[in-house]
Structure formats: C-alpha cells, structure tokens
Design a protein around this ligand. Structure first.
Ligand code: TRP
Ligand code: SF4
Length: 364
C-alpha cells in the first residue's frame, strides 16, 4: 500500500511498478520527439498510457495536462520538476490545469483556507511565473479547490460510485480517519477529470505528471473514469512518474525540514551554504578519492546538477566521468554547484519581482 500523506522517499521503484502495472518510460522513449531533460535522464521513469499523449502531440492535436499542489509549506527545488514538465506540455500544445489543493491542505495538514491561499501565491504561483510558466495564458487554468463550484459538484457526483471498502483498500483509511480526509481523494479525482467535462475541454487524452506517492489517486481516478464513461465520455487519464530528488542530508527533501531542502525563496547566500554542507558521494579521504574515485550515483550534489543545473548532457557526463576517475574532487565540485545554485536563485529573485500582483489576480 502507498499512503500519499506519509510517503517516504526510500522506495523501491521497480517493485511498485510491477505491483501496480506502471510501464517503463524507457521503453517508449525512442518514439518521443524533443525529449525533455527529465525524460532523457531517466528521472521520469514510468507512465500509464503516455502513448495516447504522444499520438496527440505528433498530430498537433489538443490534450490535457493536469497537476495540483498542496499549499502547505515552502516550495523547494524538487517542486521545480513539475514546472519544468508543465512548460514542456504547454510548449507541445497541452491545455494546462493547475489545482491548488487547499481543501487537501485543510483536511490533512491543518492549514486554513486563508493560509493555503497565501502560501499558494507567495511560494508557488510567484515562483511558477518566475520560472517562466505563463499562468495568464488562455491555455492555462489555475484555481483553488475550495472556490471551484464545478469541481465540488463533480466530486460529489463521482463519489456516488466509490464505497468505503474501496477507499480502505486503496488508502488504508481507518475508523479514526476524518470524513474530510476520506473525501479529499474524490476532490483530486475531480481535479483530474474536470478538464474533460463539456464546460472545459470535453473528453481528451489527459496526462498527470506525478511522483509515485500520488499513484493511488491515479488508480482511483482511472477506475472512476471508466464507471462514468457512459455519462461523461471520459478517457481514462494517463500519468508519468518522476523520481524524487534526494534531500541534502540524504533524507527525503522536505518542506518541513529546512536542512534537507533548497527553497526557491532562500537567499542565494543561504542556498550556497547549504550546497557546501550537503552530503556527497565522496570518499573518507582525499587520497582514497583520488585512488577509488567518487560515487556520483550516491551524491546529492550530483543530483542537483543532473535534475536542475546542467542542461548540456555532454558537460554533465564530463562531471560524472571525472568524479568516477577521481580527478574531480568534492570541494571543487561543490564550489561549482554552489555558484550555479546561487545564479539560479538570484535570477529567480529578479524574475519574481512584480509577479505577486499577477498571481493574486489569477486567483481572484
Ligand atoms: N495531492 C497532491 C499533492 O499532495 C496535490 C494535488 C491535488 C494533485 N490535486 C491534484 C496532483 C491533481 C495531481 C493532480 O501534492
Ligand atoms: Fe559528488 Fe562532485 Fe564529490 Fe563526485 S566530486 S562525489 S559528484 S560532490
């Protein structure tokens, strides 16, 4: 069982894929034109029905890409991955939907709706804009769950065909689980299916880019989509799954643990320092590292480069090789990475300027 609310990142991806029938992204990679960095590098490792999206892109036809964010804490660099993916889908003609899961934050993270909205604006929307996703474009739709009447109406309708034993089987809910928490997955199911209703895009292939922790919601949604196929004509939504970036201390990167994460709103100086104190795949001593080489596959600093900081595959490969050969040492490597992080955050800080008002207007 996967519990989306207490998920830890020490996961056996392979095992989960086999258990739940997630397909390897690797196997369809060659058919995709203009592979994104995350796809090329195997960070997106799994999918369901991505071929439907692929066909739409190839034929220049519309499709839906939907995601959601829980406004419960700070936005960290791991969350940037979603924005990178949204930008890719936008570029390839997707209708983008972004749900701000304030109902989920209320039900599961003790956040009031006012707090949820403020976090959504200040942490997420402003950074999404700064990262270059045009939230004001007509093909991008951003909304607060609690404020969307069509969403709530759809969730209620869909809830008719789900029963308690199914919810327990998927999520492991117990007798002490609040009814709000019990209902929250239905809101997410509605997030994913709402774009296919006739007041929005009507039925279209849909992709939901998520971390594996969200797969229970995807399974529930696909099941419900089929149950309501006659009434709404839903096409069962597909999905992609990305690996989680490791936290700086080797634990999960988490908004609630500042030492594990680089926050997009961190000052560039602080972020630089965080990189310099991060756990690496280096050896005990310099001598040993020169002899045996480093371990980039076990290195958080390397992950930062891999996920976010080096676009050029050749340059990245160079780092990898030099690390393994023991010719690049961790001090120098951290220094280079710290500068890249600093530059990224400095650039974002400049681009955030003036975005708050735009973000506020989007939600009004
Ligand atoms: N549950 C998701 C999270 O914890 C947020 C979310 C809400 C979502 N609605 C969604 C994700 C729809 C994907 C699609 O981050
Ligand atoms: Fe990590 Fe760089 Fe050290 Fe290699 S040299 S282990 S990539 S910090």
């Amino acid at each position: 069982m996967i519990d989306p609310w207490t998920f830890s990142s020490t996961v056996d991806y392979e095992n989960i894929m086999n258990q739940f029938g997630i397909k390897k992204f690797e196997d369809i990679k060659d058919n995709i034109k203009d592979l994104s960095l995350l796809m090329r590098r195997g960070i997106i490792f799994g999918h369901r029905d991505f071929n439907l999206i692929q066909e739409r892109i190839d034929k220049n036809k519309n499709f839906i890409c939907i995601t959601g964010m829980m406004p419960s804490g700070k936005m960290h660099i791991g969350h940037k991955m979603i924005v990178d993916q949204l930008k890719w889908y936008f570029k390839h003609g997707g209708n983008i939907f972004i749900s701000i899961a304030d109902m989920e934050a209320y039900a599961t993270r003790e956040k009031s709706f006012e707090e949820g909205k403020e976090i959504a604006i200040n942490e997420y929307l402003v950074n999404y804009l700064a990262l270059g996703l045009d939230l004001t474009h007509k093909n991008v739709n951003v909304y607060l769950q609690s404020r969307s009447k069509p969403l709530n109406d759809l969730a209620f309708k869909l809830s008719k065909k789900v029963n308690l034993s199914q919810m327990k089987a998927i999520y492991g809910f117990e007798n002490t689980t609040s009814v709000a928490h019990l209902y929250v997955p239905l809101i997410q199911v509605a997030d994913i299916l709402l774009p296919q209703t006739k007041d929005f895009c009507s039925p279209q292939p849909t992709v939901v880019p998520v971390g594996i922790d969200q797969d229970p919601h995807i399974r529930l949604t696909r099941d419900i989509a089929i149950k309501f196929k006659d009434e709404f004509g839903f096409i069962a939504p597909g999905s992609t799954y990305h690996r989680f970036i490791t936290g700086l201390t080797n634990a999960k990167m988490s908004s609630s643990k500042p030492k594990t994460a680089i926050f997009l709103n961190d000052s560039p100086k602080v972020a630089e320092k965080k990189v310099k104190t991060a756990k690496t795949g280096g050896r005990e001593s310099l001598k040993e590292q020169k002899k045996l080489g480093g371990r980039p596959d076990k290195c958080v600093v390397y992950e930062l480069l891999l996920y976010h900081l080096i676009d050029d595959d050749k340059k990245l490969e160079e780092v990898y090789k030099k690390c393994k050969a023991g010719t690049l040492l961790c001090g120098e490597c951290k220094q280079m990475t710290a500068i890249k992080i600093r530059d990224l955050l400095e650039d974002l800080a400049i681009k955030r300027d003036g975005k708050r008002e735009i973000a506020e207007n989007i939600l009004d």
